[in-house]
Design a protein around this ligand. Structure first.
Ligand SMILES: Nc1ncnc2c1ncn2[C@@H]1O[C@H](COP(=O)(O)OP(=O)(O)OP(=O)(O)O)[C@@H](O)[C@H]1O
Ligand SMILES: [Mg+2]
Length: 248
């Protein structure tokens, strides 16, 4: 599903601040894998996601998604494959629009973007069902402004928005970092459920070692722009969270 071939990324090229983040990085991720990504600050985790989404274009190398060479494609062209949830609950949705309007926009993400055209009959029921499915009582609040929701509730809706349209790859950049432990657990369980139900290929960045091992099927450890450990299921099973800390 995802192939990175010898990709290189340098920020601030030919300036005193030149920073080579990736040099000939290779990575292959198969359809349906749920990969957790850990590594210290500045290791290149978010940059990896930006490279996949097209927010950062590589200086050299090749990116293949679902067999298409997307190396020079901008973000919007990759959006039919890729959806994302960020750390900040405020980033994934519009505070001044209702839950229903936000879901409508997400639903028409790969169509022409208008609010009017997407509020069609039947949609409300679809949204209600999807909200009921996540199980935190939002199905009766379709008309509430998004800004009224708690951070955790907003992340739940953001996740739903990211997975409402058929897409193939889900990128999660510390999407539970701003939540309290109870909400964090709930969002992680929901994440796992949506990934398996929708058969998504997913990457999840986390700073919590226990989470990195508990969720997903494979773990990447990044350090200074390199994947220093690539742990498959059987290897992960033998590790404790404290073993991971020792890796970086
Ligand atoms: N748009 C950018 N312009 C310049 N430098 C950047 C840009 N994005 C990232 N960097 C640099 O690339 C390096 C990797 O950053 P990145 O955000 O990928 O790290 P990270 O692993 O996500 O860290 P954190 O855990 O703190 O989120 C850092 O040195 C950062 O300063
Ligand atoms: Mg980051």
């Amino acid at each position: 599903m995802i192939h990175l071939n010898n990709i290189s990324v340098t920020f601030g090229k030919n300036t005193p601040l030149e920073n080579s983040v990736f040099k000939d990085l290779n990575l292959e991720i198969s359809q349906g894998e749920f990969v957790t990504v850990i590594g210290g600050n500045g290791a290149g985790k978010s940059t990896l996601m930006n490279v996949l989404s097209g927010d950062i274009l590589v200086d050299s190398g090749k990116i293949t998604l679902d067999r298409a060479n997307v190396t020079n494609w901008p973000t919007y062209k990759r959006a039919k494959w890729i959806s994302r949830v960020f750390q900040d609950p405020l980033l994934g949705s519009y505070a001044d629009l209702t839950i229903e309007e936000n879901l409508s926009l997400a639903f028409s993400r790969d169509k022409e973007r208008t609010l009017k055209s997407s509020l069609e009959p039947g949609m409300r029921e679809l949204f209600r069902e999807n909200l009921a499915h996540i199980g935190i009582g939002l199905e009766n609040r379709l008309g509430d402004k998004m800004g009224l929701l708690s951070g955790g509730q907003r992340q739940a809706v953001s996740l739903l928005m990211a997975t409402l349209r058929p897409s193939k790859i889900l990128l999660l950049d510390e999407h539970t970092a701003a939540l309290d432990p109870k909400m964090e657990r709930l969002i992680l369980e929901l994440t796992q459920k949506l990934i398996s139900e929708k058969k998504l290929t997913a990457l999840m960045i986390t700073h919590c070692m226990a989470q990195a091992l508990e969720y997903g099927t494979r773990t990447l450890v990044m350090h200074h722009g390199k994947i220093v450990h690539d742990l498959a299921s059987d290897q992960r099973n033998k590790l404790q969270a404290s073993d991971l800390v020792a890796f970086f």
